[in-house]
Design a protein around this ligand. Structure first.
Ligand SMILES: Nc1ncnc2c1ncn2[C@@H]1O[C@H](COP(=O)(O)OP(=O)(O)O)[C@@H](O)[C@H]1O
Ligand SMILES: Cc1ncc(COP(=O)(O)OP(=O)(O)O)c(N)n1
Length: 497
């Protein structure tokens, strides 16, 4: 595909994929979606524009198709210079455009050709002239993979749209046999709980099941899927492998779409949902701000007020210390899990030291502050709830999620401790003076700052979906922290055993 005969071909670090498609200024469909799909799959993306489309999440307002001579100039500019490993063809708009693209395919013979036979947007707006349908049918015979939705499949065959999945699969088989192309049949337009797809060639049908995501973020799903398959195919052994991988990714992208908050109609998918985000806000600061209401709720708790002004009944204070000790024994295990999952030795040491420190404090609480057998009862519901949450994340979560779940114990404790200390004022004669004084220990603040740094570092390595799970784990821990400080109100009557 390159005319630079004097320049020897260099090995490419990435698959070079070309999108030939229309535009979507809101970035959800067309070449904009294709380029994001390419990037999401590690490919180097290029784009030749067939049509300029004024559209958004509500629909199409206007379409402008430039002269085909200019389309030819764009296509040749690419293929005269760049080796194209795969091509994805999307919106063509007119017969002249479809024929021009077909002629370019004949001239350049790309090794992978994926054709998304875009005809009508889900909004109902036409993106292909009716008199261009025959030209698209001809183009199918030049493609290696064609990716129709149910209505498009019917048009390509000149048949009514299939109303059941088995009928659609039979139609896909007829198309595969008549055209020679493999068909990726898309089931997004079906009713029901599933959104199955199928890879169909002349002799085999491979069905790929997926749960239907309940969302309005499905703008550009067809574009994104076909682009992902084009990006993957050069480095995958067959179509089924490439499609399976692309579909798994797309389902996650659809699920993460609403969080983008783009548009008030049918919004786009989050193409980069799985990928680390350069430039994202540090996790610790972001989560801290989102927990502002929970943190503020601590200030007015009877326990916090009573501890600061010294009016807290001693048995309530001791009940709190006892629960704290029980909590720390389990929290220590979760910190040990963070250490086990840690990506480097520094982080591993930090969490392991934290884990050991919890056990030392737990022992000190029982042996010194709660000396004797008086406080040996079980964990109460508040403590058990918090511990169950942490152990659940430790059991099933990634390193980043575990770190997010343990972080509130560091940062909220340091924060509330500092405020109790400030509120208590002069500690001379204060009944809990020696305890309250420990809140001023700079080691607390240092440990909280380091734990936050490690959470920030972990968040930089994960995609939006994991980051959302980190945030959920963090906020749940914050709510448990508030409940823990609220033991005066929520605890059962204190029964010393
Ligand atoms: N709500 C959904 N949940 C999960 N997958 C979906 C959903 N809607 C569409 N898909 C998937 O998105 C891809 C595009 O499907 P479809 O909507 O049929 O095509 P088009 O976008 O071309 O109309 C398919 O893989 C389909 O299974
Ligand atoms: C420029 C452009 N090309 C294609 C489409 C249709 O996108 P598709 O992925 O089929 O998804 P819907 O948005 O129609 O569901 C488009 N809108 N614009």
């Amino acid at each position: 595909m390159t005319t630079s005969a004097l320049v020897p071909e260099r090995a490419a670090s990435r698959v070079r994929v070309l999108s030939i498609a229309g535009t979507d200024p809101t970035g959800g469909a067309g070449i904009h979606a294709d380029l994001k799909s390419f990037a999401a799959h590690g490919a180097y993306g290029m784009a030749v524009v067939t049509a300029l489309v004024a559209q958004n999440s509500h629909g199409v307002r206007a379409v402008h198709v430039p002269d085909v001579a200019f389309l030819r100039a764009q296509l040749d500019a690419v293929s005269d210079d760049v080796t194209v490993d795969a091509v994805k063809i999307g919106m063509l708009g007119t017969r002249a455009v479809a024929d021009e693209v077909a002629a370019w395919l004949v001239r350049t013979k790309p090794p992978v050709i994926v054709l998304d036979p875009v005809m009508v947007a889900t909004s109902g707006d036409r993106l292909l002239d009716t008199d261009a349908e025959e030209a698209v049918r001809r183009l199918v015979t030049r493609a290696h993979l064609v990716t129709p939705n149910l209505p498009e499949l019917g048009v390509l065959l000149g048949e009514p749209r299939a109303t059941t999945w088995p009928d659609a699969v039979r139609q896909a088989r007829r198309l595969a046999r008549s055209s020679g192309a493999t068909v990726l049949l898309k089931g997004g337009h079906l009713d029901g709980d599933g959104s199955p797809d199928a890879v169909v060639d002349a002799s085999t049908v491979t069905e790929l099941d997926a749960l239907r995501v309940a969302t309005t973020s499905t703008h550009g799903t067809g574009c994104s899927l076909s682009a992902a398959v084009a990006a993957l195919r050069p480095r995958r052994p067959d179509w089924v492998t490439a499609v399976r991988e692309a579909k798994r990714w797309l389902t996650g992208a659809i699920a993460a779409g609403e969080a983008l908050a783009v548009g008030s109609g049918r919004g786009p998918v989050d193409h980069l949902h799985h990928a680390p985000t350069l430039g994202a806000r540090p996790f610790g600061a972001d989560a801290w701000e989102r927990a502002a209401d929970l943190r503020a709720a601590c200030d007015d708790l009877p326990f916090v007020r009573g501890l600061a002004d010294g009016t807290l009944p001693i048995e309530r204070f001791e009940a709190y210390l006892h629960q704290d000790a029980l909590y720390l024994a389990q929290y220590s295990r979760v910190l040990a899990r963070a250490s086990q999952l840690a990506p480097d030795a520094d982080a591993q040491v930090f969490w392991a030291q934290g884990s050991a420190r919890c056990l030392e404090v737990e022992r000190h609480l029982h042996e010194e502050r709660l000396a004797g057998a008086r406080w040996t009862g079980p964990a109460d519901r508040t403590t058990t709830g918090y511990v169950d949450h942490l152990l659940g994340v430790a059991l099933t979560g990634s390193y980043a999620e575990v770190v997010a779940a343990v972080l509130p114990c560091y940062v909220m404790y340091a924060d509330i401790g500092a405020r109790i200390l400030a509120r208590a004022g002069d500690l001379t004669g204060h009944p809990y003076g020696d305890w309250v004084a420990t809140y001023g220990d700079p080691a607390f603040a240092q440990a909280a700052a380091r734990a936050t740094e490690l959470a920030d570092a972990a968040a930089r390595e994960v995609g939006a979906a994991t980051r959302a799970r980190m945030l959920a784990a963090y906020l749940t821990s914050c709510a448990h922290e508030v409940a823990f400080f609220d033991q005066v109100r929520v605890a059962e009557p204190v029964v010393a055993v």
